[in-house]
Write a protein that binds this ligand. Structure first.
Ligand SMILES: *Cc1c(COP(=O)(O)O)cnc(C)c1O
Ligand code: SF4
Length: 459
């Protein structure tokens, strides 16, 4: 029997609309804690709300030494954990910087399982050997740099790194070759705040008519002083060729207080956005939330302030094992961001970065999660899952591999807009492979064989 639309509309509504109502209590993306309970941390027991909400206090009390950090945690976690983290920091190529806000968000009753602890505090017991094909700067950002700190890989867009510091340092940072202070293992290429280097970058950008889009990253735009940020934004906006600017900052995710209390800085951002609008150019903020727990009432207030000022925010997350590598967590992150009008733009499949093999997932995990996320909310709030192809291939849709061997974990991508005919290879973490794949990687003579096999099969 066929039912016409007319028949349907004549029926009682409960028959015509059969989708069952959802219990509001299950709409978890709408509810977030107002603020973390910082007083649970002995060192912050006497800190007032006014202090905690002040970005200056947060910056001043951010911890940049491992001994100081571990001292702050004493009494909150077991001695074993302290030992484990001490050994973890000794092996880590990244610098340390965590804000009191971030420390307060961590569930210290479960430090091993907490998604924020995993991102910022390494523990030796979870270390895995680096993938044999890993190299520092696996994205070849330095090779595509016409001027130090300016990467011009794609035709119409470039990445400008005006500085090398961040409000926090993330274990998984792709730019561990550049950001933070030198650690024992890594001598870094520094991009200090340097007017002369900036002038060289401006000169290059202005000289290339095909460049329309500049990502101001770092380091982190949060750490630029208000007048520096305004100078960079204004200089770029005045170039005829420039149409779009993105200010990249992890700030909203790790220190939302600054947006609420650093009036000079946020007013400078607003003026750049408004100047852009007047010149018919687009200035937006790109931020970096990885887990729904990173979003509190303070974050909501900060994002509301940006929204009121007409500042569009997009998010770029990094897929990390034990942090956000389940459909439930990723869906909650995406929906919570969408709820606050942050557009989830990208989820990066973890780059091959030194010392964080325990954080990487397989490409298979990434595409599986993507399938669950797509369709759960508006299409424009649905992130694209990308692999930043090692060797300078640029970002590729995770689903777009030419070939993927789930046993060896080798996937092959093409990137014709970057380099016609070239093939780029990505590697799953070895500990996640089936036994046969693990055995082949255990034999160095097999390494090139597996890569050649995959390249041959990729057509
Ligand atoms: C990510 C990136 C960009 C911006 O790429 P989109 O896909 O437009 O976000 C530009 N330059 C470099 C070198 C990059 O890594
Ligand atoms: S804030 Fe960004 S650039 Fe800085 S350490 Fe974290 S991931 Fe790297």
């Amino acid at each position: 029997m066929t039912v016409s639309l007319l028949d349907l509309t004549k029926r009682a509504p409960e028959i015509a609309f059969q989708k069952p109502a959802v219990d509001p209590a299950t709409l978890l993306h709408k509810s977030m804690p107002e603020a973390p309970d910082w007083r649970r941390i002995p060192a912050y027991a006497d800190v007032t709300e006014e202090q905690f909400l002040d970005h200056k206090w947060q910056a001043k009390k951010s911890i940049t030494r491992t001994d100081k950090l571990l001292e702050t945690l004493r009494g909150l976690v077991s001695d074993e954990f302290i030992k484990d983290a001490t050994a973890g920091f000794a092996r880590s190529p990244m610098s340390v910087r965590v804000s009191p806000y971030l420390l307060s968000l961590i569930d210290w009753n479960d430090p091993y399982g907490d998604p924020l602890r995993i991102q910022f505090i390494p523990v030796a017991s979870r270390f895995l050997p680096d993938h044999p094909k890993l190299g520092l700067d696996s994205l070849h950002e330095r090779e595509d740099a016409p001027v130090p700190g300016l990467t011009h890989r794609y035709t119409d867009k470039a990445l400008f790194l005006p500085l090398d510091t961040c409000p926090v340092y993330c274990r998984f940072c792709t730019r561990s070759y550049a950001v933070g202070i030198d650690t024992e293992d890594v001598e870094k290429t520094h991009f200090k705040v340097d007017e002369e280097r900036w002038q060289q970058a401006y000169k290059y950008i202005a000289s290339r008519p095909e460049l329309e889009d500049i990502v101001v990253s770092g380091g982190d735009a949060y750490n630029l002083r208000a007048e520096q940020l305004e100078a960079i934004g204004t200089t770029l906006l005045k170039m005829d060729n420039i149409r779009r600017i993105r200010l990249a900052t992890k700030g909203p995710a790790v220190m939302p207080q600054k947006i609420l209390t650093d009036h000079e800085w946020i007013d400078a951002v607003t003026r750049v956005v408004e100047l852009g609008r007047k010149l018919h150019k687009d200035v937006v903020m790109h931020t970096h939330f990885n887990h729904p727990n990173e979003i509190t009432g303070i974050t909501r207030d900060a994002l509301n302030k940006l929204f009121e000022r007409g500042i569009l925010v997009r998010n770029q997350a990094v897929l990390q094992r034990g942090v956000n590598d389940s459909p439930e967590t990723m869906k909650l992150l995406v929906k919570r961001l969408g709820h606050l009008h942050v557009q989830p733009y990208y989820v990066y499949v973890h780059d091959l970065v030194q010392g964080v093999e325990d954080l990487r997932t397989t490409l298979d995990t990434a595409t599986m999660i993507e399938k669950h996320v797509r369709g759960s909310t508006a299409g424009f709030n649905t992130p694209t899952f990308v692999v930043d192809a090692p060797g300078g291939g640029g970002k590729r849709d995770a689903h777009s591999y030419e070939h993927y061997d789930r046993t060896t974990g080798v996937s092959v991508f093409q990137s014709p807009s970057v380099k016609e005919g070239a093939r780029y290879v990505y590697f799953d973490p070895i500990d996640q492979l089936p036994a046969e794949g693990k055995a082949r990687w255990a034999d160095p003579r097999e390494h090139q064989v597996m890569i050649d096999e995959a390249l041959a099969k990729s057509g």
